[in-house]
Ligand binder design. Structure first.
Ligand SMILES: Cc1cc2nc3c(=O)[nH]c(=O)nc-3n(C[C@H](O)[C@H](O)[C@H](O)COP(=O)(O)OP(=O)(O)OC[C@H]3O[C@@H](n4cnc5c(N)ncnc54)[C@H](O)[C@@H]3O)c2cc1C
Length: 365
């Protein structure tokens, strides 16, 4: 079969790439190994009628005007500002750490203006390598050992099952710390949840006369039969090259969904459990979607090392391996690699969509 373009994967990277090419008049086939659209952003209603996110909670947030405008062509968004609490020493406290977290945990009557001085004293009383060499160093150099021990250390060990001193500095650079009383987890200009849900949103993106979709089909089983001028690959980078340099590592998650016969379970959509229990966090979806029901569905997350590829593992081995594959990936101009798996990079949804825009624009030059 011949198409102008074959897109491998129907997550945000694949679906947005397909739509962009289709609107330029290209005949596109999307091939997706799962039985559903939307990749890791898939959502669906459970037997209690509550919308749940199959692969863990997804909150859309962006500062990219073009990405926001693009998605709003297909769905309105419920304007939701994500808030996360951390369960620490028996209290639910704001996370990322802000002035109220410090006030609650250390019982310090501290003003917003005193926060900087507070952190400076905490850091001065801590030991770490400077310049920071690993995850622990980065966090301790910003907030000191006491806060690191309460909020970051055990959560990181649960999440990655390695000593935080073996994790790269880049992982910690993603963690925001606030001096003010801002409770929001993200501070992007646009935030929300698609009113129709992510899966329906992706269904609408791929609903175009030039797009055909083949679900439940692995590209590598059909590769020889599929001819196209342009291949857009959004699957795992190492798999494309048959793992010839070795396997890139991922962390995975066991997700346990339960439905409780009560209206609400916890005070915010996500509560982190850095030190207690075996799960890392509990999500209560209704906070995000605004649904009204007498029951509520929760999702408990237990990190594990095998299974669905969820999070890339940023250690030196994987960084080097990725570099080798990435050099290979640049050689064949008619195949472009886009997305979280294909670029082996931690991307939020908006960053993936922005990558698609930039990479497809670059092709035209
Ligand atoms: C637990 C968790 C929570 C997250 N929360 C947020 C959040 O709150 N906000 C946010 O912006 N981002 C969040 N993200 C990130 C978000 O999930 C990604 O940015 C997004 O899913 C990436 O889209 P993608 O298309 O690159 O990858 P994917 O969604 O993984 O899509 C790739 C698709 O390719 C398919 N595929 C792979 N190989 C083949 C093959 N050989 N043949 C056919 N199909 C194939 C896969 O089945 C998959 O459907 C979260 C991620 C995780 C893991």
């Amino acid at each position: 079969m011949r198409f102008d373009a074959v897109v491998i994967g129907a997550g945000f990277a694949g679906s947005v790439a397909a739509r962009t090419l289709a609107e330029k008049g290209k005949k596109v086939l999307i091939i997706e190994k799962l039985k559903h659209l939307a990749g890791h952003c898939h959502d669906c209603r459970n037997e209690s009628g509550i919308m749940t996110h199959t692969y863990g909670p997804h909150i859309f947030h962006t500062n990219y005007q073009d990405v926001w405008d693009f998605l709003n062509r297909f769905s309105e968004f419920r304007l939701y500002q994500h808030k996360v609490l951390s369960y620490v020493e028996g209290n639910f406290v704001p996370f990322p750490i802000n002035r109220d977290t410090i006030k609650n945990i250390f019982d310090e009557n501290i003003s917003v203006n005193q926060m900087e001085a507070f952190f400076k004293t905490e850091v001065r009383n801590s030991s770490f390598q400077n310049p920071p060499q690993n995850f622990r160093d980065v966090v301790v150099s910003q907030v000191g050992e006491r806060i690191y021990d309460l909020f970051y250390k055990n959560y990181t060990i649960k999440q990655w099952q390695v000593d935080p001193e073996e994790l790269s500095t880049e992982l910690a650079n993603r963690i925001p710390i606030r001096s003010n009383r801002d409770y929001r987890y993200f501070t992007d200009r646009y935030q929300g949840i698609p009113k129709i849900g992510y899966t329906k949103l992706v269904e609408k993106i791929v609903d175009h006369q030039n797009i055909s979709v083949l679900l439940n089909a692995d590209y590598f089983d059909y590769k020889m039969d599929l001819q196209a001028d342009q291949i857009v690959y959004t699957g795992e980078l190492d798999r494309y090259f048959d793992y010839k340099y070795g396997k890139l590592e991922y962390r995975s998650l066991k997700l346990e969904f339960t439905t409780e016969k009560q209206e609400w379970y916890q005070p915010s959509a996500v509560v982190n459990y850095p030190n207690d229990y075996d799960w890392t966090r509990i999500t209560e979806f209704k906070h995000m979607t605004g649904e009204i029901s007498n029951t509520t569905t929760l999702c408990y997350e237990y990190p594990k090392s095998t299974g669905e590829p969820y999070y890339i593992v940023m250690n030196q081995r994987n960084i080097n391996l990725r570099q080798k594959y990435w050099e290979e990936a640049q050689k064949d101009k008619h195949v472009i690699f886009i997305g979280r798996l294909a670029q082996y990079q931690y991307f939020n949804m908006d960053q993936v969509i922005k990558e698609v825009f930039l990479k497809l624009q670059a092709l035209e030059k």
